[in-house]
Design a protein around this ligand. Sequence first.
Ligand code: ADP
Ligand code: ZN
Length: 730
Amino acid sequence: MDAGWFTEGERVAVLTAQPLDRLLDYRAPEGGCAAGAFVEVPLGPRRVMGVVWGPGQGGFDAAKLRSVARVLDAPPMREEMRLFLMRAADYTLTPLSMMLRLATRAPGLGENPATRRVYRAGAQAPDRVTDARRRVLEVLGDHGGLGFTLGELSAMAGVTTSVVKGLVVQGAVIEEAAPRDLPYPHLDPDLPGATLSPDQASAARALRAGVASGDYGTTLLKGVTGSGKTEVYLEAVAECLARGRQALVLLPEIALTAGFLARVEDRFGARPAEWHSGITVTERRRVWRMVGEGGAQLVVGARSALFLPFQDLGLIVVDEEHDTSYKQEDGVLYNARDMAVLRASILGAQVVLASATPSLETWVNAEAGKYARLDLPGRFGVAELPEMRAIDMRAETLPPERWISPTLERAVAARMQAGEQSLLFLNRRGYAPVTVCRACGHQIGCDHCDARMVEHRFLKRLVCHQCGETKPMPAACPSCGVEGKLAPVGPGVERLAEEVAKVFPTARVAVLSSDHFGSARALKEQIEAIAAGAADIIIGTQLVAKGHNFPLLTLVGVIDADLGLQGSDLRAAERTFQTMRQVAGRAGRAERPGLALLQTCQPDHPVIRAILSGDEEGFWRAEAEERRAAGMPPFGRMAGIVLSSPDVQAVFDFGAALARADGPLRAIGAQVFGPAAAPIARIRGRHRVRLLVKAEKGAPLQAAVARWVGQVKPPHDLRLSIDIDPQSFL
Ligand code: ADP
Ligand code: ZN
């Protein structure tokens, strides 16, 4: 891309995170600067952060050219990273400045590191050596060379902070100031891992070989929940660390990381760096810097960890690769799974996509040989997935306002008798999805969105799940004014909990829904308590579908297996299939066999039949065939355009103008559909209109879309967003 060094006064092009769609020319500062250097440049009256992107572009009056104000104290952005950001920007049709913002989400990048207190082994022996004290001293003896923060040390030793402070008083531990951004504790890849089963061992060998090759490659690691995928990919991480390269493990949800960090610690002797929305600002800065300086060997994080400035990244694991949370749905619309593959291909790194129920895209790529595929057959320690059966709701007799069929009720009662746990799965937060007036039929909606308000009794509010707006439950109907006639319709998890309390008055019940937890920690504690046996019946939303281990759980009841099959989403079948398999996978993870019962009104629906029969490959083949026939992704390409504006007329007019100007799309054989009101036609007071572009697989979609929307200038106050490979059609 460029020569690498600019001497003082030379013209350089600087990318800033300001909303400009071009690079700005400056003169290199005194002492020169490297390509990729993080710098501060004057922009109008301000100084802003930027990155030296390459040689200046010229065309600007040399006499007026200003100089870079200073070079920041951070390793320059690597060429590989600049290339990644440019390709990602091109792929997602995002301005480069926004990509830079994603890549610099750490405060105080340019400041000199301040200091903080760390703890190291001291010379004195403590007066009394308790168990807790011994653990602290052992941790310091084993890997305490650089010192730990109070939090790290007490967590690693499993003691309270007062134990450490007691040792400080005695001189057995020294407290001192150290630069703030400390390297992370060393992870030891040579510690012994679990003894792998033959299937695990051969998968681990293949992944290790990939990492050892130093080349790019993507592997689908497929196996049911509990088959030991994590154990296997940690072997690939070990290989990567042993070769002195860095590794990144992406996880879909914060809730997952707590247990995961403990597993990494078991395997490698220390905790990795963490990156997600729950970490502090200081920690964020430390991760960003240490990743760049090589002081973090392994990062476990959410999707945006992909944009960290790794020094030498050799492996990216995307766990639960099919998870929808990998797609960022606001700001930069990117799919972290696809961007991981892009970044790895630039770097010469390996990608492992782990899943029990891969996305159709990944399944097809594996079939086509673009990705390697490794299958872990059984579940570790147990024979197979739980038995799955349908409960035909048409043949069950239920009193009104009840959702647990007599058949399911008997099954739960039997588990309680046996001292085992049952999970009732309903993917609906709150008390009731709809509140209707029995006098006039009015349904309470959100004032700002075209969405019904959901009653949440736990929060004592009505909540809009689109925009988050809440209001108290009115006493009278807002439409006809009649009092006392508002009634809940349909169940949410809170209402289901009420039913459970009636049907099983002696049961200990736990509700796992995101509303009920103030923090990731509270959720984690609840999950641990449940795993230890603190509940007989667990009622849960999507939140329980993945990752957690409940050894006593032997029955899963899906309250409404048809829920996901409604709606026009292209991926409805795929999602239902994934969720149901995943939820069923919660049952019988230890020695006890599990059973999953799916309440459905359409037991003959092809998706329900595929779930019950366990014929996964059959399901994917059929689903792939349907998509191929319809020219839908991954056999065709799509781009979604969402226009929004407070002015409903303006947004439709602009949509129509855009649709008429489809020359650039026709030039590549693409078609545009719409404008049409979006399924959620109004969010936060903005009217929403969608257009959908469909093209053939090999067509240069992004370039055509860019030319197309570039022709017409949107009116003031109209927002246009482009979603390449849309996942959501709302
Ligand atoms: P997955 O990632 O496929 O859901 P995990 O790797 O989490 O599966 O394994 C499921 C459970 O089995 C975990 O508790 C894990 O510690 C255990 N396990 C997996 N493989 C082994 C092994 N080879 N030896 C001992 N325990 C194992
Ligand atoms: Zn709303």
